[in-house]
Design a protein around this ligand. Sequence first.
Ligand code: A3P
Length: 273
Amino acid sequence: SQKNDFKENIHSNGSCQQLPQTIIIGVRKGGTRALLEMLSLHPDIAAAESEVHFFDWEDHYRNGLQWYINQMPFSYPHQITVEKTPAYFTSPKVPERVYNMNKSMRLLLILRDPSERVLSDYTQVFYNHLQKHKPYPSIEQFLIKDGELNVDYKAINRSLYYIHMQNWLKYFPLDHIHIVDGDKLIKDPFPEIEKVERFLKLSPQINASNFYFNKTKGFYCLRDSGRERCLHESKGRAHPQVDTRLLEKLQEYFHEPNKKFFELVGRTFDWHT
Ligand code: A3P
């Protein structure tokens, strides 16, 4: 059973560790790190640096809320604490667990074109293997089975957004789940971040001048009190070249699921279908 008694550890300077009032729940490879970093430009945001995996890893969840709070950054009472764990979105047990902690939690979900997300997901695992000097099959070996699209591929399942979204909507109303358009966040981050500020009822403090396009990186980078920085080199990697026919098959496969998702959230996205 879960231990639910906890205290907010207090520092002598008046800051303390607080449970998050908002969580970036995913999706894996949607741009979750970019969203967290950009949101952190706001002075009223205190972000947990690493992925916490409290609600999805049994070893962590069993430790209870005191453990969870201990993972949080020290913050001042007016600040909003945020953590991001992209695996939450696709973990069936997580919505109920988050609800049990805080029914009025405001959730952030960043989504991206489902086919592109599959390629990004593959690329991530490919590099994880490369780092460990382990061989990894080509993307075609995952995408094709008996000459057909292999719909059992985990990365494809994670891109079936409506299935995962349904689990969340059992516990949270739609107006408590703000969806960030991950494709737009790449191309023009500021308007997407402004919407997040409004959703979290933060004062508008992030500016267009906090973002600049870095030609070498090919992505927007951040400018914060004169200091400039880009995301880690593992963010914004080239994806494998996939045969056009196969890519079209993948995109066609997502056509119906995407439609269902659009109906579920009452909004459309510019995804290839
Ligand atoms: P790719 O590396 O496949 O292009 P996550 O942080 O959820 O793992 O998402 C990683 C993705 O964030 C990257 O996927 C990249 O496309 C996207 N992204 C969005 N804004 C970015 C930025 N400003 N710099 C780097 N990557 C960014």
